[in-house]
Design a binder for this molecule. Structure first.
Ligand code: ADP
Ligand code: MG
Ligand code: MG
Length: 926
C-alpha cells in the first residue's frame, strides 16, 4: 500500500488526532482532535508535513501519489457536503490553511473562499440568496490569492480598496454595496493582469493546485525563516496544508467570526477573554481593520451561541489540560470551531496558569513545571513604572492593555528605524497603525509597542505577549501617520524621536520618559516588599519550590561582589560558582596598588605592594563567605593579562606627547614614560592566548600566595565566629596537570600556614577551570590534582572554535542568518564540538577521581538549552548570574523531568526543605 499523505476529518470522525502534530502540523492535528471528539468542525483534509519536503525535492511540485490522494479526499468531501468544487449550482468553497508542528503566528498564509470564479460566484449568490455576500467572498479570494499565490503586493489591493471606500464615503468593508464590490472585483482582476501578465485563474482546480503549492512554498519565505531562527525551529520540519470546507461569518447580522482564550493570556486570570466581529470573515478580527467587540458582549447579542461556545471551550481546556486559544465562526446562528491550540502567554500568566491548573486538579506538578518556558520567568523580573514618577506625567491616551510591563522610549514609526535606533544604543517605542509579520524585527528591537487599531488578539498583542514586550494596542485616540512619521493624540503631536511611555498592564500612554522601578519580585528579593504583599511573588516561589524538589543539578551564582552574592542567595543560589578576584582589583582604592605591583622592578617591591592588597582582598572574601552562609564559594585566582590594569597605550602616548610639547611637569612625564615602557613590554599580539590565567600565578607565585592567604584568613576569621565556610579555590586556564600542581602546592601550603596560625581546621578544595582543549583532553591527568572541575565555556568555546568572541560579532549574524551555524555558540553550548569535549573531560576526570565534582561557570550556565545539556552529561551544578537563577532552577527541573532514565516526582510538602529555608532566613522566604 502506498504511504498515507492525506488525512480526512469531519465532525465525529477523523483519521488523525492531537498526537500527530509531527505529520499533521499543530493546526491539522487539533482540527482532527476536535472533529474526533464530536465538536462542530467543518469537514476537510490535511496534507501531511512530509509532503513539504517531497515538494521541495521534486522541484516545487506535488508527487503524483500525493495528487491522487488529494483527489480522493476531495471527492469524499464533495460527497459528504453535497457540493462540488467548481460546480455552478452548488459550488464547494474551501480554505487552504498552513500549519506547522509549532504554531508560527502570521508566518504562513491562508487562502479563504477558494473555488470562486465568475460563474460559481453567481451560484453562491443564488444558493445563499445574498449576492452581496457572494461578491464579498469573491473579492476577498482575489485579494488573498493575488497576494499569497501570485505575489502581487497586498498594499496595492489595499490601496484600491481604500480608494473605493473613500470615493463612496464609507469606513468599514462591511458597508460596501453590491455594485461597489463588483467594481472592486473588476479593479482587482485588472491589477492582477497588469502585475502578472495573466488573468486571475478561473479554473478552480488550478486555484487549488496553486494554493497548495503556495502554502508549501511559504515555508521558506524570509519571514518564516526568521521566525524559525528566533525560536530554534528546525528548517526541515515542514508545514502541513489543511483544506477545509468554508463556513461564513460574513453572511449577515446573525453571522460572526471571533477568537478567544480560555484564560487571560496577559495576566493568567480565569475569565472570558476574546473578541468577535459580526458579519465578518477570517482575519478581519485580528487584522485590526475594525475594532472588534469583547467576547462578553456575545452573551447579550447571541446568548445561545455564547453558551454553546463557552461549553465547548471549557471542554477543550479540560481535554487539553491547558489554556486554549481558539477560533470560531458563527454562520447564521450556527457555531463552528475552526482552530484550537495551547495559548501563548506572558511569563506572568504562564506562572499563574501553571500553578492554578495544579490547584484545580487539572495538572500534576511535574506537568506544570514543563508548561513554563524558563526564559519567560525573566519577564517577571522586568521593571515597572515608579508610581510617584508616573504621577508627574500626563496620560495622553488609553488603549488596550495587551502585554504587561512598563516601557519608555523614543517614538519611531517603522521597523527599520526601530532596528537602526536600537543599534545606536537608543530605547525606542514602535508606533504603528497596526503591526504585521513584516514588523517582527522592529518589535524585537523596541522597548514596547503601541498601535492605533486592533484588539487584544491583534498581531501586535499576540507577538508582544510572546516576546514579553509591553504593548498597548487599539489606542483609538492616536492618529498615526506612518508616512510623515508623526502621531497626533489628544491635540499633541509626537514626532520621530519624541519620548513616550506605555504601561502594558493598564493600557496607558504617557508623555515623556518615565523612570521605572524594580518588579514586585525584585522588590521582595531586596526586602522592599513583604512576600505576603505580592501575589506574583507567591506564585513564583511556589512554582520554583516544586522545581527544586525534582532537579538534580544544583544552581550557583557567578558573583563578583558581596552585594551580587546576597541577591543571588535570595534568588536561591546554592553557592558561588565563580568569584572573579581581579574584579576587586579595579576598585579606585586598589587600582593604584595593583599598578604599583605590576610596575615593581623586583620581587621584593612586588611583595610589598601585594601586602597592601592583602587586607582588602581578605575583607572581600570575608563578606562573600558571610553572604553564602556555609555554601561553597568558588574563588578563581587571578586571570586577565596584567596590561588590563594599566592605562591604554594610546592614552599614554598622547599624554607623553602633550607633556613633551608643552614642557609639562617633568616628574609626571617620567612616570608616564615609565608606564608606557611597561605597557609596551606587556603588550601582546593576542592577549586572549597570552600571559594570563595560571601562567601569571606560575610566573609570579607571590600573587597566588597573597590570594590564597587572603582567602584562608577570611575563612578562618568567619569560622572563629562560628559560621560555616567552604572555600573552593579554582585555578584558571590549566592545560596540563603540572600547571595545576604548581599552583596547588602554593595554595595548600598557604592554607596550612594560615590554619595553623589561626588554630582552625577548615574543609576546602582546590580545583581547576576547564577552558582550553588541552585541559579537557588530558582531564584524566588533571583530575589527579583537581578536586573539582568547572567548565569555563566562554574561553572553551573561543579556543575550540578558534574564534575570539569580541571579533566574532562582525560575521556571526551572517552565519546565523545563512544557517551556517544553527546557534550562536556563545549563547548556547555547541553540543557537537564544545559539548563533546566537555563530555570527554567529565568521563576522563571521573575515571581518575570517581565522584569528581563538576560544574559550569560560563555564560551558558544561564541558558536553558545548555543547562539541559549539562544535566545530560552528568554535571553537578550550573552557575549563572543572580538574575538567571530562577531560569536555571526551572531549566534544571525540566531537564530532570525530560530525562527518560529518571522519573522524579514532586513529593508532598517538603517540610525538611521548608525548615532548611527558614533556617537560612532568606529574605522573602517564609
Ligand atoms: P493563521 O494560522 O494565520 O491563524 P488560519 O488558517 O487559522 O491562519 O486562518 C486564517 C483565518 O481564516 C482564521 O480567522 C480562520 O478562522 C479563518 N478560516 C480558516 N479556514 C476557514 C474556513 N474553512 N471557514 C471559515 N473561516 C476560516
Ligand atoms: Mg494568518
Ligand atoms: Mg488561525
Amino acid at each position: 500500500m502506498p504511504k498515507k499523505y492525506v488525512y480526512y476529518f469531519t465532525a465525529g470522525r477523523a483519521e488523525g488526532d492531537r498526537d500527530m502534530k509531527d505529520i499533521l502540523g499543530g493546526k491539522g492535528a487539533n482540527l482532527a482532535e476536535m472533529a474526533g471528539i464530536g465538536l462542530p468542525v467543518p469537514p476537510g483534509f490535511t496534507i501531511s508535513t512530509e509532503v513539504c519536503n517531497l515538494f521541495y525535492l521534486s522541484g516545487n511540485k506535488l508527487p503524483r501519489e500525493v495528487e491522487n490522494q488529494v483527489a480522493a479526499a476531495l471527492k469524499r468531501l464533495e460527497k459528504e457536503t453535497g457540493w462540488k468544487l467548481g460546480d455552478e449550482k452548488d459550488p464547494l468553497l474551501v480554505s487552504v490553511r498552513s500549519g506547522a508542528k509549532f504554531s508560527m503566528p502570521g508566518m504562513m498564509d491562508t487562502i479563504l473562499n477558494l473555488g470562486l470564479n465568475d460563474r460559481t460566484v453567481e451560484g453562491l449568490a443564488r444558493k445563499s440568496g445574498n449576492r452581496r455576500f457572494a461578491l464579498d467572498c469573491y473579492r476577498r479570494l482575489i485579494h488573498m490569492f493575488g497576494d499569497v499565490v501570485l505575489g502581487v503586493p497586498k498594499k496595492k489591493f489595499e490601496e484600491i480598496l481604500k480608494a473605493r471606500k473613500e470615493k463612496i464615503g464609507v469606513k468599514g468593508d462591511n458597508e460596501l454595496k453590491e455594485k461597489d464590490l463588483e467594481a472592486l472585483i473588476a479593479d482587482y482582476k485588472a491589477l492582477i493582469e497588469q502585475e502578472t501578465g495573466s488573468e486571475f485563474p478561473q479554473d478552480v482546480r488550478d486555484q487549488l493546485r496553486l494554493a497548495v503549492a503556495a502554502v508549501f512554498g511559504s515555508w521558506n519565505n524570509p519571514r518564516a525563516i526568521t521566525y524559525r531562527r528566533q525560536y530554534h525551529i528546525p528548517d526541515d520540519l515542514g508545514t502541513a496544508v489543511n483544506v477545509q470546507t468554508m463556513v461564513f461569518g460574513n453572511l449577515g447580522p446573525a453571522s460572526a467570526t471571533g477568537v478567544g482564550f480560555t484564560r487571560n493570556p496577559a495576566t493568567g486570570v480565569k475569565e472570558v477573554y476574546g473578541e468577535y466581529l459580526v458579519n465578518a470573515q477570517g482575519e478581519d478580527v485580528v487584522a485590526g481593520i475594525r475594532t472588534p467587540s469583547p467576547l462578553r458582549e456575545l452573551e447579550r447579542e447571541m446568548p445561545a451561541v455564547f453558551k454553546q461556545l463557552i461549553g465547548i471551550t471549557s471542554k477543550l481546556e479540560k481535554h487539553y489540560r491547558d489554556v486554549q486559544d481558539f477560533e470560531f465562526t458563527i454562520q447564521e446562528g450556527k457555531l463552528y470551531m475552526l482552530q484550537t491550540r495551547n495559548g501563548k502567554r506572558t511569563g506572568l500568566a504562564a506562572v499563574k496558569i501553571a500553578v492554578d491548573l495544579v490547584e484545580e486538579g487539572l495538572l500534576k506538578k511535574e506537568e506544570a513545571l514543563l508548561k513554563v518556558e524558563p526564559d519567560a520567568l525573566n519577564q517577571l523580573l522586568h521593571p515597572v513604572f515608579d508610581l510617584e514618577e508616573k504621577a508627574g506625567h500626563e496620560v495622553v491616551a488609553k488603549g488596550l492593555a495587551a502585554s504587561p510591563g512598563a516601557a519608555a522610549g523614543q517614538v519611531v514609526f517603522n521597523a527599520e528605524e526601530a532596528v537602526r535606533w536600537k543599534e545606536r544604543g537608543k530605547r525606542v517605542i514602535l508606533v504603528r497603525e497596526e503591526t504585521s509579520p513584516d514588523d517582527i524585527h522592529g518589535m524585537s528591537a523596541s522597548q514596547g509597542i503601541l498601535t492605533a487599531t486592533g484588539g487584544m488578539t491583534s498581531h501586535a498583542a499576540v507577538v508582544g505577549r510572546q516576546m514579553g514586550k509591553p504593548a498597548v494596542v487599539g489606542c483609538g485616540a492616536a492618529r498615526v501617520d506612518e508616512e510623515r512619521r508623526r502621531m497626533t493624540v489628544a491635540g499633541r503631536v509626537f514626532k520621530e524621536g519624541d519620548w513616550i511611555s506605555i504601561d502594558g498592564g493598564t493600557g496607558e500612554v504617557l508623555e515623556g520618559d518615565i523612570k521605572t522601578k524594580p518588579s514586585e519580585i525584585i522588590q521582595v528579593i531586596q526586602g522592599a516588599l513583604k512576600p505576603e504583599e505580592s501575589e506574583t511573588y507567591r506564585y513564583f516561589v511556589k512554582l520554583l519550590s516544586w522545581a527544586d524538589r525534582v532537579r538534580r543539578l544544583k544552581v550557583r551564582a557567578n558573583s563578583d561582589t558581596p552585594r551580587d552574592a546576597r541577591t543571588a542567595y535570595a534568588f536561591g543560589a546554592q553557592g558561588i560558582g565563580l568569584a572573579r578576584t581581579e574584579h576587586m582589583f579595579f576598585g579606585p582604592d586598589r587600582l593604584p596598588i595593583v599598578r604599583e605591583m605590576i610596575m615593581a622592578a623586583s620581587e621584593e617591591k612586588r611583595r610589598a605592594a601585594l601586602a597592601r592588597l592583602l587586607p582588602m582582598q581578605r575583607q572581600d572574601f570575608y563578606e562573600f563567605f558571610k553572604e553564602m552562609h556555609g555554601n561553597p564559594v568558588t574563588i578563581r585566582t587571578i586571570d586577565p593579562p596584567l596590561h588590563e590594569f594599566l592605562p591604554s597605550r594610546e592614552e599614554l602616548m598622547v599624554e607623553v606627547a602633550v607633556l613633551k610639547a608643552t614642557n609639562g611637569d617633568p616628574a609626571r612625564l617620567a612616570e608616564a614614560e615609565k608606564l608606557l615602557a611597561r605597557v609596551r613590554e606587556l603588550s601582546e599580539f593576542n592577549p586572549m592566548l597570552g600571559h594570563r590565567g595560571c601562567r601569571l600565578g606560575i610566573t609570579y607565585p607571590e600573587i597566588t600566595e597573597m590570594q590564597a592567604q587572603a582567602i584562608f584568613e577570611a575563612a578562618c576569621a568567619l569560622a572563629k565566629e562560628g559560621q560555616k565556610v567552604f572555600p573552593e579555590i579554582m585555578v584558571p586556564l590549566v592545560g596540563s596537570v603540572r600547571e595545576l600542581s604548581n599552583q596547588k602546592e602554593i595554595i595548600v601550603r598557604k592554607a596550612q600556614e594560615v590554619m595553623k596560625a589561626a588554630g582552625v581546621k577548615l574543609k576546602y578544595t582546590v580545583g581547576t577551570m576547564i577552558e582550553i582543549p588541552r585541559g579537557a583532553l588530558t582531564a584524566d591527568e588533571v583530575a589527579a590534582e583537581a578536586e573539582f572541575f568547572s567548565f569555563g565555556t566562554n574561553d572553551l568555546t573561543q579556543t575550540v572554535f578558534g574564534l575570539s568572541r569580541d571579533d566574532g560579532g562582525k560575521f556571526l549574524n551572517y552565519y546565523l542568518r545563512k544557517g551556517i551555524w544553527p546557534d550562536d555558540p556563545f549563547e548556547t553550548i555547541d553540543e557537537k564540538g564544545v559539548g563533546l569535549l566537555m563530555k570527554i573531560a567529565v568521563d576522563k576526570g571521573r575515571a581518575t577521581r570517581p565522584g569528581l565534582k563538576v560544574g559550569i561557570c560560563g555564560v551558558h550556565g544561564g541558558d536553558p538549552r545548555s543547562i539541559k545539556f549539562c544535566h545530560r552529561i552528568g554535571l553537578d551544578y550550573v552557575s549563572c548570574s543572580a538574575y538567571q537563577i530562577p531560569i536555571a532552577r526551572l531549566s534544571a527541573a525540566q531537564a530532570a523531568l525530560e530525562d527518560v532514565g529518571r522519573k522524579p516526582v514532586v513529593k508532598g510538602r517538603d517540610r525538611a526543605g521548608a525548615r532548611r529555608a527558614a533556617a537560612r532566613k532568606r529574605p522573602g522566604r517564609k
